[in-house]
Ligand binder design. Structure first.
Ligand code: FMN
Ligand code: FE2
Ligand code: FE2
Length: 442
């Protein structure tokens, strides 16, 4: 059901556009290197096309996450009796995206622009798109319509807007889009769309993955070994999900519940590959991540150390764990490691060991930062143990414990090892004892 269709008035050229065009010329220059050289538009079904773009020059995604393999901003075109464009891309990729779009459109003008998410990595080109294709109707929900003027100097009264709500449908011809609201599956205005004809779920940021695409835009999990899946999809999808959407597990659960009644064959996210097979694998990962359940047995040992003694103790402790049969042990130097990776692995495994020095009567900032991140992402339902170091008045153990106590359902090992400056024989024995407890999660 369509709630409201506003008819377009003649659109005025926005005065800000000229300035934007200059900035764009610069961005295009920067971005030229990242265009998908020799790659055209990818088909994901008979008449649905991937027109997304790789970005391998961005230093940090969301100004905080390392992306050694780049990232994609995805966009799709459904070519039916009516043509729908599904989201735009980041401003960093305007020209590359328009190239793809034009190729997919083949000279036709789009009828609809569906806006799933207003964050600039997807909505950055809405205005430029509407200047280029002024007859397009913007399909968005009420929250998106309300927020649009915050991002663009445009008069929503001058736009053709088709406002949709939960359960609304839009017939394009063979394809019918169903609109499903997904509030806080990153931002409050997020919605996803389900295409009944080709059974595609356009999942917004959900099911995204860091990493550019090279061999094609699809990924099939069926028949693949765990380590291959981990390397090809899960590692970077987990780091993406836990850090970006992790806080909103309950909302993701809500979306998964709605998705469970749909017959889905493909999941088309706004980052990373389109998921085309073995969907239960991806859904199972999302079920675990969003309910804050560990994926597998394993221990993260995360340490902070200035002069290397706590580092030595933490590494020694990790080797005892391995000797005693713990298969998955991941050690992080919190001052140097990728914080997002340390956080993601803490969610992957069921146990966390913190080894931290006392620093100026408190915690070393990297440890404080790590614990802050875990709390922010709703870290819970885990086993934890603590190793502290201090040279004249150790307090780091108590402080780390108090952080853990403020998280939900963390079982903290009663034994805590206190090292005074340098690990000595007695400390080694205490660590052996602690390792036994950690192995048993007791
Ligand atoms: C800059 C700095 C500040 C420290 N502040 C304290 C402190 O306030 N209280 C304390 O008991 N130890 C403090 N220490 C000692 C450390 O907690 C730790 O015992 C020592 O650095 C050895 O561990 P490491 O080699 O892993 O850094 C400090 C050490 C440094 C280098
Ligand atoms: Fe987002
Ligand atoms: Fe995004």
């Amino acid at each position: 059901m369509i709630k409201k269709v506003k008819k377009a008035k003649t659109r005025r050229q926005n005065p800000l556009l000229a300035k934007e065009q200059c900035e764009q010329a610069h961005m295009d220059f920067c971005f030229a290197k990242t265009r998908r050289i020799g790659m055209a538009v990818w088909k994901i079904s008979e008449d649905v096309f991937y027109v997304g773009v790789n970005d391998t020059t961005l230093d940090l995604f969301e100004s905080q996450y390392r992306i050694p393999d780049g990232v994609t901003y995805n966009s799709y075109v459904i070519k039916d009796s009516k043509i729908a464009v599904m989201d735009t891309v980041d401003n960093r990729a305007t020209d590359a995206w328009f190239d793809n779009l034009e190729e997919a459109l083949g000279g036709k003008a789009p009828d609809y622009l569906v806006v799933s998410h207003l964050e600039p990595d997807h909505a950055g080109n809405i205005r430029k798109f509407l200047v280029k294709y002024p007859e397009t109707v913007v399909v968005a929900n009420a929250k998106t319509v309300a927020m649009l003027p915050q991002f663009f100097e445009l008069d929503t009264e001058e736009l053709s807007i088709l406002e949709v709500k939960e359960g609304d449908t839009l017939k394009l011809g063979r394809h019918t889009l169903h609109f499903v609201m997904a509030p806080m599956v990153h931002w409050p205005e997020v919605m996803v769309e389900y295409d009944e004809a080709d059974k595609i779920l356009f999942s917004a940021d959900g099911f995204g993955r860091f990493g550019a695409l090279s061999q094609g835009c699809t990924y099939d999990a069926a028949g693949k070994a765990q380590d291959v899946l981990e390397q090809e999809w899960t590692g970077e999808a987990r780091r993406y999900f836990i850090n970006i959407v992790g806080k909103y597990g309950a909302n993701v659960q809500g979306l998964l519940k709605k998705a469970a009644v749909l017959d889905i064959e493909k999941i088309a996210p706004l980052h990373g590959p389109v998921l085309t097979g073995g969907l239960e694998y991806f859904l199972d990962k999302y079920a675990k991540w969003s309910s804050y359940q560990p994926e597998e047995k394993g221990v993260v040992v995360a340490y902070s150390s200035i002069h290397g003694n706590t580092k030595h103790a933490a590494e020694h402790f990790a080797s005892i764990l391995k000797e005693q049969g713990e298969e998955n042990v991941a050690v992080f130097d919190l001052a140097r490691a990728d914080m997002a990776q340390a956080v993601a692995d803490s969610f992957r495994y069921d146990a966390l060991v913190l080894a931290g020095i006392t620093y100026d009567g408190g915690l070393m900032p990297c440890m404080e930062d790590f614990l802050y991140h875990l709390k922010m992402k709703n870290f819970q339902n885990r086993y934890a143990a603590v190793i502290e170091n201090g040279s004249w008045g150790p307090v780091s153990g108590r402080l780390m414990k108090s952080y853990l106590e403020n998280m939900k359902n963390i079982t903290i090992c009663e034994d805590m090892v206190t090292i005074r400056s340098v690990m000595k024989k007695a400390d080694g024995q205490a660590l052996e004892k602690l390792a036994e407890k950690v192995i048993k999660r007791s």
